[in-house]
Design a protein around this ligand. Structure first.
Ligand code: NAD
Length: 253
């Protein structure tokens, strides 16, 4: 593809972890990539990695839960890189606690980033997809959607994203837009490191214990998820929509 026809992707939470790996993977697949995260400066490493491999990338600072910031961010991407027709809703946070100790603000924060954030981003980007008659939306769910102790907020949000995805698939399909969900299992990242810290476990012991429960006998890597995103975004995946792909080294959490 020439630059004029190069597809443009937005990866939220692209500063690190799964989002950074996904941004780099989509760039390697030939897309220009907007790396969106809370702090624009934090996106610099991902942007540099894409550019070092010959790709085009743009750092964009925005809180996905804030409608005005989302609108401005999508506008900036359209001006700076071109109309975005690929959206990866990856930004995420955890505020784990048992139900009886979970604060309203920890509930609201998790709903805000995952559900409101994905809604606002999809709403802002869909008009570019509809105009182009082509689009790809990939939402990051989790095996926690099946239920996970200490994650009433997170598992609810991640289950909600599965319903959101299926509805987008139904509404947007006739415009050439697919919507799919990836539900990762245990992936090595800052998010899971923070979980180990919170429960007071040594990281290597924690990873070994988690890997022992996984059929392929290893922890997931960020590249495992980026690979699945790459498939859903690919030109050939246009007949795959409304699906939830568990990428967890086995059939369940
Ligand atoms: N790591 C895992 O084991 C795992 C498993 C299942 C699902 N997931 C999901 O995958 C996604 C990425 O996870 P990760 O492990 O890379 O996490 P991470 O914590 O390493 O990265 C998340 C990124 O999202 C950004 N972010 C948070 N709130 C934001 C907001 N309001 N606006 C914009 N950006 C925001 C953070 O700044 C950070 O850069 C998340 O949605 C997470 O819930 C992760």
């Amino acid at each position: 593809m020439t630059d004029n026809t190069q597809r443009v992707a937005i990866v939220t939470g692209g500063a690190r972890g799964i989002g950074a790996a996904t941004a780099q993977r989509l760039a390697a697949d030939g897309l220009a990539v907007a790396v969106l995260d809370l702090d624009e400066a934090a996106c610099a490493d991902t942007v540099a990695a894409v550019e070092a491999s010959g790709g085009r990338a743009l750092a964009v600072g925005a809180d996905v839960a804030d409608a005005e910031q989302v609108a401005a961010a999508v506008e900036r991407v359209a001006t700076g890189l071109g109309a975005p027709t690929v959206l990866v809703n990856n930004a995420g946070v955890t505020r784990d606690n048992l139900l009886f100790k979970m604060s309203e603000s920890d509930w609201d924060t998790v709903m805000g980033v995952h559900l409101r954030g994905s809604f606002l981003m999809a709403k802002a980007v869909q008009k570019h997809m509809v105009d182009a008659g082509w689009g790809r939306i990939v939402n990051l769910s989790s095996t926690s959607a099946l239920g996970n102790r200490g994650q009433a907020n997170y598992s609810t949000a991640k289950a909600g994203l599965q319903g959101f995805t299926k509805t987008l698939a139904i509404e947007l399909g006739k415009f050439g837009v697919t919507a799919n969900c990836i539900a990762p299992g245990f992936i090595v990242s800052d998010m899971t490191r923070a979980t180990a810290e919170r429960i007071g476990q040594d990281w290597d012991t924690y990873v070994a214990a988690r890997a022992a429960q996984i059929p392929v006998a290893r922890a997931g890597e960020v590249a495992d998820i980026a690979h699945a995103v790459s498939f859903f975004v690919s030109e050939g995946a246009g007949f795959v929509s409304g699906q939830v792909l568990y990428v967890a080294g086995g059939p369940r959490a």
